[in-house]
Every structure is written in structure tokens, then in C-alpha cells.
Design a protein around this ligand. Structure first.
Ligand SMILES: C[S@@+](CC[C@H](N)C(=O)[O-])C[C@H]1O[C@@H](n2cnc3c(N)ncnc32)[C@H](O)[C@@H]1O
Length: 192
């Protein structure tokens, strides 16, 4: 079941909203980072940059065959051999990954889902102790040039409350202003 209002403008416009490497660096991705899962990779705006930064495998999940095809092509062309694009509906099927098996989950521009706690719950399940869940979303501001309808757009405080419901912890210093239109949140799974 596709997350409501999760279509995107054309790729060139979408890419103009982000500086992927800068954002991923803020979340601490580096060569010491192991396996990562991206919930809804879309055009792969963050996929390639993340794949280059980390040492682990990157599972790029999306419900749209054309997005998976595009990400496959881009990663092949770039020689990003650690990317595993997978056609998958993570709402009805989950990620298909084992419990406590990955270090990082990315929930980027997806938390306007009708059941956001279920996404956090799946992220919590597959994360290793000490793993992180990185969130970005459109600012709660109707004047942004794109983004889901303001009625279903989550505020950062709301995302934190959902994440805390399933056991993530949050340090307010790990909230980021991702100019021009987004915010970021780093949520942590306890070490034990
Ligand atoms: C708004 S886009 C964000 C893409 C990417 N995360 C980014 O920030 O550039 C949401 C993506 O999630 C995908 N998606 C929506 N519902 C999904 C589901 N149930 N399972 C897998 N992918 C889904 C859409 O096809 C779309 O590519």
C-alpha cells in the first residue's frame, strides 16, 4: 500500500531540494557504518551518496518498479556494488530483514504515512542495539514549494513522540535545520 501523497515532482526539481552528502554527514554516516536500509528510495537521491559513504550494504526499498529500475541503473553506472535495490511494499510486507541486523535506517520524506508508528516499529525491529534511525521531512510550513498536504505533514515533535512510543531515544541537540525546506532528526536505539 503506497504511502499517501508520496508522489514526487520530476527528478531535477526533487534533487534541487537537497544536498545529500551534507545531510548524510550530519547523521554521522562514514566508512565505519555497516548495513543500512532506505525506506522508499525514490529516485535514489540519497542512495548513491549513502552507498559511497558507508562500508556496509545498502538495501534500497521502493514499491514503484520504475524507481527500483532507475536506482539499479544509476548504481550500476556508478559502480556502487553495495546497493541492493528491492521492489517491496514495506507497509504490507515489512522490510524482510532479520531482527537486529542493520546499523542505520533512513525514513526520509515518508512519515506522512497514516501509520507512522508501524514504520518506526519496523525500523526498531531490524536495528542493532546502538543503531540509528535518521528522519528527514518537509518543514511544517505550507509555503514550501512541494511536500505532502499540510494536514498530514508531521511536525518534528510529532515524529519524536511516535519514535519514543517504540523505544527510540532522542537528544534535542540531534535535531537539524536542513535548509531550505527540511528538518532532520537522529533517533537512537539503546545499546542494551
Ligand atoms: C516522497 S518519496 C521520497 C523518496 C526518498 N526517500 C527521498 O527522500 O528522496 C517516497 C517514496 O516512497 C515510496 N513508497 C511509498 N509507499 C511505499 C511502500 N508502501 N513501500 C515501499 N515504498 C513506498 C514511493 O514510491 C516514493 O518513491
Amino acid at each position: 500500500m503506497k504511502v499517501r501523497d508520496s508522489g514526487m515532482p520530476d527528478e531535477e526539481m526533487w534533487d534541487s531540494f537537497f544536498c545529500p552528502r551534507k545531510i548524510l554527514n550530519l547523521f554521522g554516516l562514514s566508512k565505519e557504518t555497516g548495513d543500512l536500509v532506505e525506506f522508499g528510495c525514490g529516485y535514489g537521491t540519497f542512495t548513491q551518496a549513502a552507498a559511497e559513504l558507508i562500508s556496509g550494504k545498502l538495501y534500497a526499498l521502493d514499491i514503484e518498479p520504475e524507481m527500483i529500475q532507475l536506482v539499479k541503473q544509476k548504481c550500476q553506472a556508478a559502480g556502487a556494488l553495495n546497493v541492493r535495490p528491492q521492489l517491496r511494499d514495506f507497509v504490507t510486507q515489512g522490510t524482510g530483514l532479520a531482527d537486529s541486523s542493520v546499523e542505520v535506517t533512513l525514513l526520509f520524506n515518508i512519515l506522512h504515512h497514516a501509520q507512522p508508528v508501524a514504520l518506526f516499529s519496523e525500523a526498531m525491529r531490524i536495528l542493532q542495539p546502538g543503531g540509528i534511525c535518521a528522519v528527514i521531512h518537509w518543514n511544517y510550513d505550507a509555503s514550501t514549494p512541494r511536500g505532502p498536504a499540510i494536514e498530514i505533514r508531521p511536525r518534528p515533535e510529532q515524529c519524536v513522540a511516535w519514535a519514543e512510543q517504540v523505544g527510540f531515544s532522542f537528544d534535542p541537540q540531534e535535531r537539524f535545520d536542513l535548509q531550505p525546506y527540511h528538518y532532520g532528526l537522529l533517533l537512537r536505539k539503546a545499546l542494551t
